[in-house]
Design a protein around this ligand. Structure first.
Ligand SMILES: [Zn+2]
Length: 349
């Protein structure tokens, strides 16, 4: 059996669309017909080589998606053929299957436990979460990374309560998911900061009480105008820029304000903070996928956010075919995307 895939052959060069032979399944592996794949900054960072030399080239990409199980390998009990599933980079229960390789024309392609820029993909059992078939697969793809990370930050890391304030820096997939969860928790105010007005409009649609375009003003001054001088209870950085991380820490209140970093910096880049802020009780942490327990949180978040698929529609700003993946990568790199999806079209939904 063969599959089309978008693979990374060389850093900073366009992804190549190739036809690959699907290997036979090993213990703990599952073959999934991918319905939708998300695209997030992690893939952009891999493409740029932000973490340094990439020893796995050429390799597949993608760590968030949805699909239907075609075949299961030995030992797999979590899913069966025909099941609808969310695919997530976050590890859940089930067997942790080894990485795999696909054979292409004159090329051997490496693949990790999960990859989603393929029509059909071999996935480790512990990166799959079965979902009820009535959940739309398009929106379900967001349950693989954006929603567990963004909503997970708010619900697991911040444990935000009614009436608490939060500032969200960057309203891509993670920031918008955090806004959804903050609204669900009745946080107030929910302040969204970005440099793209079209993304800020989406933030407002999804629940931000205030939107601030940081190209138009000093965001810290604007935040003080909204909150008074005490600062916010919480801040989330989901941009992945040094100066934004420092600003997010600055805007939380002394004596208990918590800043959570979800964005990544290129390897070796550091942030600066004033230790006296720590002495005054400001807190700063990073988040590993929103502290999500994927087997618990995917059904929970599906129940909260996907009961009405229209609710999530503003989050999905772009949908492309696999052959258009490089245009989608460029648009994400230019900051134009809330969340972009690759639709594979071969799945009967
Ligand atoms: Zn991601």
């Amino acid at each position: 059996m063969k599959t089309l895939a978008a693979i990374l052959v060389q850093l900073n060069a366009p992804l190549e669309i190739v036809e690959l032979e699907i290997p036979s399944l090993k213990r703990g592996q599952v073959l999934v017909q991918i319905a939708y794949s998300g695209l997030c900054h992690t893939q952009l960072n891999e493409w740029k080589g932000s973490k340094g030399p990439d020893p796995f080239l050429p390799h597949t990409l993608g760590h968030e998606g949805s699909g239907i199980v075609l075949e299961v390998g030995e030992g797999v009990t979590k899913v069966k053929p025909g099941d609808h599933v969310v695919l997530s980079w976050l590890k859940g229960t089930g067997l942790d299957a080894p990485s795999t390789t696909y054979q292409g024309p004159n090329i051997t392609v490496n693949s990790g436990a999960i990859s989603t820029f393929l029509e059909k993909a071999v996935i480790s059992e512990n990166r799959l979460i079965p979902i009820p078939s009535e959940i739309p697969l398009k929106e379900a793809a967001l349950l693989g990374c954006a929603i567990p990370t963004g909503a997970g930050v708010v619900m697991n890391n911040m444990q935000i309560k009614e009436g608490q304030s939060v500032v969200i820096f960057g309203v891509g997939g993670i920031g918008l998911s955090a806004i959804l969860a903050a609204k669900h928790a009745k946080a107030n105010p929910i302040i969204a900061i970005d440099i793209r007005s079209e993304k800020l409009e989406k933030a407002e649609l999804l629940g931000a009480t205030h939107i601030v375009n940081s190209l138009d003003c000093n965001p810290l001054t604007k935040i003080s105008e909204i909150l008074g001088n005490n600062g916010s209870d919480f801040a989330l950085e989901s941009v992945g820029r040094k100066e934004v991380m420092e600003m997010a820490f600055q805007c939380v209140r002394p004596f208990g304000g918590l800043c959570v970093l979800a964005g990544n910096l290129p390897k070796g880049e550091k942030i600066q903070i004033d230790p006296f802020d720590l002495i005054k009780g400001k807190k700063i942490i990073g988040t590993w996928g929103g502290g999500a327990n994927i087997d618990r949180d995917v059904p929970l978040f599906a129940n909260i956010f996907l009961k009405d698929a229209n609710f999530l529609k503003p989050m999905i700003s772009h949908e492309v075919k696999l052959s258009e993946i490089n245009e989608l990568m460029s648009a994400l790199n230019n900051g134009q995307i809330a969340r972009g999806l690759i639709g594979f079209g071969g799945v009967c939904i």
